[in-house]
Design a binder for this molecule. Structure first.
Ligand code: F6P
Length: 294
């Protein structure tokens, strides 16, 4: 089944948005060969941008601006929320290329999108849909409109076709732990040691979207915690934690900042960071129990 056929029960503008983003991502998937170098600019977080980061940001912004269905667009590569003229009512958050430090070593990276009806400075639980595109050996598109989580694969004819419907996170023993162990906070270290004692195996690629995609299919948990010197963590609430957390919850998993649900947080700033635990419910309950009980 093609993506277009799968989106039958959606509002028209939401369907158009998901299809549009899927189409722009086909263009991005073809851009890797010619844009391997670093640009001469840094993003709002002081990170050196890859040429592909900037280009992906520009092509998605141009497309969504022209669509007439989007009102607000917040991009990880932009300092402010963009507001478009017209009748559009949708709010979009995007990380145009997550994991872009891996572009020059040819590992999987992705595009992450959150979709709201209206303002994007809202708790993640207010999202109406979320999706990501993963550029790996295959290009895949995963979406939810709160009716299950579904994977599509880009076939050689350039069409997204259904790969797996209604994904549910299985039990699994993978953990993907970000940050350096010497900087772990006590509760986090206790949790990691508990997972290790239960036989969990590390798989951390440096691409959040790829690591979470793996966990959605094989079970386990991803974390980029708060740590000594950076208690707010590394990943961005609006662009990374919320959309991926929303998708994982729709797949029967959970997401937490260590003591509570990430999706309940009212964002205070576009650039806000958040410690993240995302994956199976059992692992998320365990970190919250350890942190809350001390
Ligand atoms: O936020 C960007 C990102 O590349 C994520 O995709 C990834 O999980 C994380 O940073 C990797 O960070 P580090 O390089 O510190 O391991």
């Amino acid at each position: 089944m093609r993506l277009e056929e799968h989106l039958v029960d959606c509002d028209e503008d939401l369907k158009e948005l998901i299809l549009r983003i899927g189409n722009v991502c086909k263009t991005i998937a073809k851009g890797f060969a010619s844009r391997q170098d670093y640009s001469d600019t840094k993003n709002v977080y002081g990170e050196q941008q890859m040429a592909l980061d900037k280009w992906a940001d520009e092509v998605i912004i141009a497309d969504l601006k022209a669509s007439g269905i989007v009102k607000y667009l917040a991009s990880e590569e932009q300092p402010e929320i963009l507001e478009f003229d017209g009748q559009g009512t949708l709010g979009v958050t995007m990380d145009p290329l997550d994991g872009s430090s891996l572009i020059d070593v040819n590992l999987a990276v992705g595009t992450i999108i959150g979709i709201y009806r209206g303002s994007v400075l809202a708790p993640g639980k207010d999202m109406i849909a979320a999706m990501y595109v993963l550029y790996g050996p295959l290009t895949t598109l995963t979406y939810t409109v709160k009716k299950g989580v579904h994977d599509f694969v880009l076939n050689p004819q350039g069409e997204y076709v259904l790969q797996k419907e209604d994904i549910k996170i299985p039990q699994g023993k993978i953990f993907a732990p970000g940050a350096a162990r010497r900087d772990f906070l006590p509760g986090h270290l206790k949790w990691i040691e508990e997972l290790e004692s239960r036989g969990y195996k590390i798989r951390f690629s440096g691409s959040f979207v790829a690591d979470v995609h793996q966990i959605m299919h094989k079970g386990g948990v991803f974390t980029y915690p708060g740590f000594i010197g950076k208690e707010e963590g590394k990943l961005r609430l609006l662009f990374e934690a919320n959309p991926m957390g929303f998708i994982v919850e729709q797949a029967g998993g959970a997401t937490s900042h260590g003591t509570g649900n990430i999706l309940a947080i009212q964002p205070e700033a576009v650039s806000q960071r958040i410690p993240i635990y995302i994956g199976g419910k059992m692992e998320i309950n365990l970190i919250e129990k350890i942190n809350l009980e001390g």
